[in-house]
Design a binder for this molecule. Structure first.
Ligand code: KG4
Ligand code: ZN
Length: 345
């Protein structure tokens, strides 16, 4: 089985073809970063207009690179939520049009489920070895620009949310701190680059929700503490210690992610802890998990951590295997939760 995946939930226009072994036959991503950079954040109106301009070419390119025509695929999977509504609609309506014209099944995919499914993808590079059905139960930390949550999945397509952020997502926190410092967008990769040469013990930012039981996250207090600290410093001091301050902030965000995840891993004893989503590309985060975890920790390859359509196509494969289809009335849903796409107990 081979599925065409379409992803337009945020600011990347992506299309990909994946087969039922998880092999990525093509993965095309058209980044909009250059259009949003001057605003230091995503402008939803610009995002949907850019998706409209590039979606057809992205689908054509994905099929071309896979050496296929639309008639050769077994279905069309599309992200229908969560995300920016104007962005999601472009993908959903395009997928509907393609499904209707080609007579192929339309498969609805939850973006968060897609991030989890990135752990099962393999490409011709071969590294890292993907997870398989043998690796369940999986505890997934989904950590991106829009989401931070711990999800337990003991078999394909079954998801239980253990805890999520009460306010900002981890990636959003990095993006906002970078924006305040004038470092540009997206903030996560810039913070990683600048922080790499810094001393992470330079400043101790307050611990987030210390002592709180459970698996909820909170980052808005840390964000405010970071901005207030930067504000309180004389400009020269900030410039002189920029790398140290950035490294300290990055490591405070990471500390929260690692601690809550490892607590959940101790309590639930999953076979695998999968760290997925854009922030999972972070090197300091990877090193911290590797150093501290006693459970096996899996990271998808960098290119499948950030938004892509290969992960959506593979989620589509697993859904198609159990005959999940959508009709032409499929609607985009900006606040869709992963449990709403779970097959239940
Ligand atoms: O998964 P993603 O591409 O989009 C969403 O679904 O949100 O994640 C984007 C987020 C942004 O906040 C970005 O700053 C962050 O992932 N990010 C990183 C790194 N690469 C991307 N954060 C830290 N270190 C990185 N290397
Ligand atoms: Zn995402």
């Amino acid at each position: 089985m081979r599925i065409l995946g379409i992803e337009t939930s945020c600011d990347d226009t992506a299309a990909a073809v994946v087969d039922d072994t998880g092999l990525v036959l093509s993965s095309v991503i058209s980044s909009q970063d250059s259009f949003h950079k001057k605003y230091d954040g995503i402008v939803p109106e610009i995002a949907s207009r850019r998706h409209m301009a590039t979606i057809i070419a992205s689908v054509d390119e994905a099929l071309l690179q896979a050496g296929m025509r639309i008639r050769d695929v077994d279905g069309i999977a599309v992200t229908y939520g969560p995300g920016l509504i104007g962005s999601l609609l472009v993908g959903v309506e395009t997928a509907k049009g393609l499904a209707y014209a080609s007579g192929k099944p339309l498969i609805p995919v939850n973006h968060l489920e897609g991030h989890v499914m990135a752990s099962f993808l393999r490409d011709t590079a071969g590294e890292p070895q993907p997870l398989t059905g043998e690796d369940f139960p999986v505890l997934a930390l989904i950590v991106s620009g829009g989401h931070t949550e711990l999800v337990y999945t003991d078999r394909w397509l079954h998801y239980r949310v253990l805890g999520a952020t009460r306010d900002d997502a981890a990636g959003e926190t990095l993006d906002k701190f970078a924006k305040y410092l004038g470092l540009g967008y997206p903030g996560g990769p810039v913070i990683q680059r600048i922080g790499a040469t810094g001393d992470a013990s330079y400043h101790q930012f307050p611990r987030v929700m210390p002592g709180r039981a459970g698996y909820e996250f909170s980052f808005s207090g840390l964000k405010t503490a970071g901005i207030n600290y930067a504000k309180s410093l004389p400009a020269g001091e900030l410039q002189k210690h920029l790398a140290d301050i950035v490294a300290s902030f990055e490591s405070a965000v990471i500390g929260e992610l690692v601690e809550k995840s490892l607590k959940a891993a101790r309590d639930l004893a999953p076979r695998t802890l999968a760290v997925v989503g854009g922030v999972a590309a972070n090197m300091r985060l990877r090193e911290s998990f590797a150093r501290r975890a006693s459970v096996r920790v899996y990271f998808p390859s960098m290119k499948y951590c950030t938004d892509n359509a290969a992960m959506i196509a593979y989620a589509g494969i697993r859904r198609a295997m159990v005959d999940i289809r959508a009709g032409m009335d499929l609607d985009a849903c900006s606040s869709l939760g992963i449990e709403e796409s779970s097959l239940g107990e």
